[in-house]
Every structure is written in C-alpha cells, then in structure tokens.
Design a protein around this ligand. Sequence first.
Ligand SMILES: [Zn+2]
Length: 391
Amino acid sequence: MRTYKYQIREHPQILRLGNLLDDLADVHNHFLALEKRYYRIYGKYAGRYRLQPHLTKLLQRTHPHWAWIPRDTLDAVIIRIHIGYERFFDWIKKGRRGRRVGPPKFKKRSKYRSAKFQTGYAIFEEREDGKPSKVPQGTVRLSFKEWDADKQKFVFVRRNILYHHHRDWNGIVSYVQILRDSVGTFWLYVVTNDISKEVKPATGESVGADFGLEIYLTLSTGEKKQHPQPLKQSLNHLRKLNKAVSRKKKGSGNYWRAVRELARTYRKIADQRKDFQWKLATDLCARFDLIATETLNLEVMKRLWGRKVSDLAFYQFVEILKFKCFKHNREFFQVGLWTPTTKPCSDCGFHNENLSLSDRQWTCPDCGAHHDRDVNAAINILRGCLDPLVE
Ligand SMILES: [Zn+2]
C-alpha cells in the first residue's frame, strides 16, 4: 500500500468537504458515546456489527440529515472506532507493553480530520479497453446525495473536486481520503496497492548509525550529520504568534486568522523536518547496502531530554528509513536494546566502564586507540548487526 498526497484547490465546492467532515465528527461522537453506554450497561463492547445496523435505523428515523453522506464513508467512521477499541484491548491483553495505546476519544468538529471514500468516487484511471478515463487527471468526482423535493427521496449528485496533480501514482487505486489539516487546507490522499521497488545498484558498503542529541546522526565512516532543528529555529517566531493569538478577542475574525497563522508555522516546521529526513534517508540508501541503527527507547528519551526529542523526531526518521530501504532493496537492521554500543572499544572489545556521558573523546586503556564517542558507538552498532552472537 502506498499513499500519494495532493493538495485540493481552493474553490467554493470545498465548503461541502468542510460540512462533510463536521458531520462525520458528529457521527464519530454519537457512536463513541453509544459504545461507551453499551459498555456501561452490558460490560462488553458493541462492535461494528451491532453499530452498523443501528446506523441504518438512525438514517431512516432520527438522523436523516446525515443521509447526504455516502454510506461507506459513514461506515468507515464506525469501523475506525471498532479498530481503535480492538487495538486498545490488544495492548491491554499484551500487558500494556510498548507504545501506549489509548481508546478512541471524543473529537471537536474542528479537530476531525479525515473522510474515507471506498466506493462512490471516480478518479483518473488508464483503462485496459483503451477508452478515455471517466474524469481527467486533477479531478476527483465524489458522489453525495441530495434531497429531491419532487421525488421525496435522496438522489445521487456528483461533485467534481479539483486537486493539484503534481505527480503520477503507481498501481491501482484502492480508496481515496479527504483530509483537512489544522491550517484549513484540504488534501486528497490516493491509496494504491503499489509495492513496486526501485532497486538501486549494490555498492558493497555497510554503515552503522548512532543517534544523538548534539549530532543527529553519526556514521561508522566518521561522518556527522547535523539536524537543522526547525522548532528551535522558530521558537521566537512561535512565541510572537502565540502572544498575538492571546491578545485577540476569542472567536473573532482576527482571532481565527492568528490561530491559522500559528498552525501554518507549525506545519512549516513539520515540513522542514520531514524534508531533512527524506533527504538524509535518500542519501544513506544511495551509498550503502546495509544500514544498521539502534532500537529507540522513546519513553526514556523523552523523559531525559524533553522537547528536543520531538524536534529531532527519531521515530519518524526510522520509519522513513525503513520505507526507503524496502523501496531500494537495502537491508535495514536495528540492534537490540541491551546490546552495549557505547562502552566497548571498537578496536579490541575492551569494556570501558569508567566512560561517563560527558566524555566525547576517550583513549582505550587496553590497546591505546583514540576514539570519538559517537563514531565508536556507530561502529559497534554495525558490528552488532553483522555478528549478533559476539558481544
Ligand atoms: Zn581498545
């Protein structure tokens, strides 16, 4: 599965998308409340197979104003609650280990982000019979329903939404999603079944990489990659914008304008971070056949280092690197949490127990080799992957 992201063009038509997401937030909250009530009364969880028939009744009786939304989009909301609860219970069953998983939460309308279209949409496709596609590139056609007063029933209406088609996708489209970000921009996600690879020629090189606070990534080749730290760069600007928001009269036009400006800055920071990480991952995949890193213990890192860890976003980088390695047929390894990487000397294997956190450079008392702390760790990480039996 691959997702391609396109920006939806500003157009009066996108008002409909905003209304759609607002209504879906109501649907989400309604069914989440129902789920919780069910649990209170019966001590178990209702699940999508009880909720979906209930939705059918709601649409006929008390909530006909939801009926303009395609049924599978409404169902997707219930399925998401269902999956959310299953993940939560799974996590509890496994003894609450690993990344914390919470149950689904109630959401404000403005915080509700995405709508899924599995059927009832048309998008550009190259047809095998050689006929032209139903819709041109740059358009997605969504089917809504409208109340027809003459016929006294809902009839289908198709609406064309324009998006900026900046690149082609590979594979066959499985479904599309509409997303609204905190700035108020709408995005089209096209999810395809593509798992094709772009295999890069072998280089015969391997590398170990050590994450750090001062230096983002230290390679076993001795290279050091600095992180631009966009959040730190923008802190002053953010403080100014936050002040501007708090000075405005809450709920006024100026207030929302300032809130959007703040959100736009945060979006830019996230984009800068991602840009850096994709470029770094691309660079590593181009030069090395095998990439070894350590396993991250994020909970501990956050406790020790606070905000900076979020700015560095190690976890996100590892995810990007994993995907890139899959795409270019590179081998990706993570050494175990308890593999010692810092203390052993990478030349002779001597464990330097006297090493403290502040020692950036040290000399091995056994063989006399001079080490840079991070490079030594990176070499040990690489070695730990190539030969996991030798400690
Ligand atoms: Zn040594």
